[in-house]
Ligand binder design. Structure first.
Ligand SMILES: [Mg+2]
Length: 259
């Protein structure tokens, strides 16, 4: 049986406060022992995710970066192009001035400004700014103007998604879309997806086993279709502790099904 695991990072595999994954070590070792690929899926950039991919020793497993705007395979790193990003920046630069002046993307911000908006350190903010596929930013205008801005973007092939903090522009890739491509690549029989926030919902919904990781720092996710038959479940513990227990429990269930 080919199993694939997809996971969000912050607050899911990584502790919300310490960014440590050590509590998930038993499940991580078990996945490695079984040769199960672990796909990291995050709103972070490739530059931010790569060090973690290496630390976790994930071998050839791909990464879903910039909230699903792209999927990167380890052998590709260093050769990836910023064509999507440049397209988005061009569409922005050609927007009517009244709309353009109300949107401030990472590419318009100084490092200090990115740090202030994200709470990241200088080093991390520099990596967060190395965008290849999407542009997070802040809309500072009126709601009517925002409607015009979103219409302009759509007419020019750019998608916009409002997250917790940023309005993120991309050419339309999603976490779930990338996930389906990776499932096809591995010809996976069973998929497991774990996440803790609204932007993980589509990934959790698209998996055979979805896990909502307990989130201690914001409101719980609303009830989801699939929870009634335990296809989707909620962890009791937060972050990597919950991740560890959930992954081990699902592997155990799959073993028992196979017998
Ligand atoms: Mg998260």
């Amino acid at each position: 049986m080919t199993i694939l695991v997809f996971t969000d990072l912050d607050g899911t595999l990584l502790d919300h406060q310490t960014y440590s994954f050590s509590a998930a070590q038993p499940a991580l070792s078990e996945l490695r022992r079984r040769g199960v690929p672990l796909v990291l899926a995050s709103s972070k950039t490739a530059a931010e995710i790569e060090p973690l991919h290496e630390q976790l020793d994930l071998g050839g497993a791909p990464m879903i970066v910039e909230n699903g705007a792209a999927c990167i395979w380890p052998q590709q790193t260093g050769v990836v192009q910023d064509t999507d990003y440049r397209t988005i920046r061009t569409v922005l630069s050609e927007a009517p001035e009244s709309l353009r002046k109300c949107f401030s993307g990472f590419g318009d911000m100084s490092i200090d400004c990115v740090m202030a908006h994200t709470g990241l350190s200088v080093h991390s903010a520099q990596k967060a700014r190395k965008r290849l596929y999407s542009e997070p930013g802040i809309w500072s205008g009126e709601n009517d103007g925002l409607k015009d801005f979103l219409r302009y973007l759509q007419e020019n092939g750019v998608s916009a998604r409002q997250g917790g903090r940023f309005l993120t522009l991309s050419l339309g890739g999603t976490k779930a879309g990338q996930m389906h491509r990776i499932i096809d690549h591995y010809r996976a029989d069973v998929t497991i997806a774990l996440g803790d926030a609204p932007n993980d919902i589509e990934m959790i919904q698209a998996a055979d086993f979805g896990v909502i990781i307990k989130n201690t720092h914001s409101a719980a996710l609303p009830p989801m279709k699939g929870e009634e038959n335990a296809r989707i479940r909620r962890s009791i513990l937060p972050g990597p502790q919950g991740w560890n227990a959930a992954v081990l429990a699902i592997l155990d269930e799959l073993d028992r099904q196979e017998v």
